[in-house]
Design a protein around this ligand. Structure first.
Ligand code: DAH
Length: 339
């Protein structure tokens, strides 16, 4: 009997040592100690023994049982330790490794300048509005005092969708859309994309951006227009910037003017930015034509207004010291990252 138990024990020890997984270990536990396991079967045989042999037999079997239990426990602990070890290794974070860098972009130069312009006008109480890029001839020309066959239409050689609809050539169309709402007073700027059938060169593109401005209220005079634009220019180009209003003609304003600012680079002495003139032309403006007001049902004997229009790219090229407008549209990161 002793030999048999020793054999069982030895065999169990070997198999437990060789167990490759928790599952195998559990199977071995059942095979030796389970209800139908080898040890349990041996115990069952005890009833056939003579009474005086029973205690010694019981002791021997129980001793083997607890030894096998010991082997199982030991193996289980070492397996759990190894598993934990492996888990720790696989989950380890090396805090000394360099981080993954997120490339954070920034606004396009045009948008940077637009935000500066918007901030200045918002600070003066203006609302920022927008209108459609695909526009009716009515808003783009007709209601702006530019009837069919007006020469101004030729100057803005246009992309037509059909005889009524076109890609807007100017953000001035948004003036009409705001006035037509019938809510006064109006104090708005309208930035947006415009289109003209222009050849591409350093200063022209078939698609560019304008920033329109419109104020309509009681008692608005040319002095308000001058004061507003002078203040804008000082805030945008610098405190010592001077402005010059030159008479001009736009069909939808009367009187009309073009505005030059003293060159913010050379302060009027003459340099490559102002083409040695000391002045840089930056916008068109004027008092809203009474007929334009009338067409929108606004009584020009009660209300008056002024309007102005900037080219956004022109401001960007000047402020960012860029020589060629095409660079703004190429989306070359080597260029864009410089701003
Ligand atoms: N829309 C004009 C253009 O594209 C610019 C302009 C001039 C806008 C005078 C105005 C203005 O609002 O009053 O050439």
């Amino acid at each position: 009997m002793k030999e048999r138990l020793a054999k069982i024990k030895e065999e169990a020890a070997q198999k437990i040592q060789a167990a490759a997984s928790m599952d195998v270990l559990n199977e071995l536990k059942v095979a030796y100690l389970g209800k139908k396991g080898q040890i349990t079967e041996l115990m069952k045989g005890m009833k056939d023994l003579p009474a005086e042999e029973k205690p010694a037999f019981g002791q021997m079997v129980n001793a083997t049982r607890s030894e096998i239990e010991g082997f199982l426990e030991e193996m289980k602990n070492s397996m759990e330790e190894k598993l934990l070890d492996a888990k720790m290794k696989s989950e380890v974070i090396d805090v000394t490794l360099p981080g993954k860098k997120k490339e954070l972009g920034h606004d396009h130069p045009n948008n940077m300048i637009l935000k500066q312009v918007e901030e200045i006008f918002i600070g003066m109480g203006y609302e920022v509005v927008s209108g459609p890029e695909v526009e009716y001839d009515h808003y783009n020309f007709e209601a702006l005092n530019i009837p069919a066959n007006h020469p101004a239409k030729d100057e803005q050689d246009t992309f037509y969708i059909n005889s009524d609809i076109l890609l807007r050539t100017q953000t001035s169309s948004v003036q009409i859309r705001e006035m037509e709402k019938g809510v006064l007073p109006i104090k708005m700027i309208a930035p947006g994309r415009v289109f003209r059938a222009d050849e591409v060169d350093a200063t022209h593109s078939p698609s560019f951006h304008q920033i329109e401005g419109l104020v309509v209220d009681k008692g608005i005079t040319f002095a308000d227009l001058k004061g507003t634009l002078e203040e804008f220019c000082r805030r945008f180009f610098g405190e010592d910037t001077k402005t010059k209003f030159r008479p001009h003609h736009f069909p939808f304003t009367e009187p009309s003017a073009e505005v030059d600012v003293s060159c913010f680079k050379c302060h009027g002495k003459g340099c490559r930015f102002c083409k040695d003139e000391g002045w840089i032309e930056i916008l068109g403006c004027g008092m809203v034509h009474p007929h334009v007001l009338e067409m929108q049902g606004i009584d020009p004997t009660v209300y008056s207004g002024f309007a102005f229009g900037f080219g956004l790219e022109r401001l960007t090229l000047l402020k960012c010291e860029i020589d060629d407008m095409r660079l703004l549209y190429e989306n070359d990161l080597r260029f864009l990252k410089q701003f």
